[in-house]
Design a protein around this ligand. Structure first.
Ligand code: RB5
Length: 141
């Protein structure tokens, strides 16, 4: 996969973002860390907006993190080119790609283990959109 993968988090997702950054780097993927840079408190909408500014075409993915994954996914989904899916299982990650063509994965740094997060990320990045009837629905959003 040669697509660019942008990562962004607030402080609640910082630790898991770091884990996933090195996980993707080890796989020699084209990953860009947009911050935040520490566990010092920041506001997740700022990082959702920064990520949204980078996801302008069909060739890039984003992975966003906050404590629950909820706030940053709500904020990211305010941008029309973003389809962010908050996933807590491998199955949800799979469906978010197959049916929703999600281009951004949201994870809750305080709610899932590092191992599960890696499995979810792997599934998300390696599952294709099924198009067909799902494309019709997406075009109505
Ligand atoms: C920050 O404490 C926390 O509210 C944030 O990371 C996120 O969980 C919001 O949805």
């Amino acid at each position: 996969m040669n697509n660019k993968i942008f990562l962004a988090s607030d402080h609640g997702g910082f630790s898991l973002k770091q884990t996933i950054f090195f996980f993707l780097k080890e796989k020699h993927l084209n990953v860009v860390d947009l911050g935040c840079k520490s566990i010092d408190p920041v506001d997740y909408p700022d990082y959702a907006q920064l990520l949204a500014s980078k996801i302008e075409d069909n060739n890039s993915f984003g992975i966003i993190f906050c404590g629950t994954g909820i706030g940053i996914s709500i904020a990211a989904n305010r941008f029309s080119q973003i389809r962010a899916a908050l996933c807590t299982s491998v199955e949800m990650a799979s469906m978010s790609r197959k049916h929703n063509n999600a281009n951004v994965l949201a994870l809750g740094g305080r709610f899932i283990t590092e191992e599960l997060a890696k499995e979810i990320v792997f599934e998300f990045l390696n599952t294709k959109f099924e198009e067909g009837r799902h494309l019709v629905r997406i075009n109505k959003i």
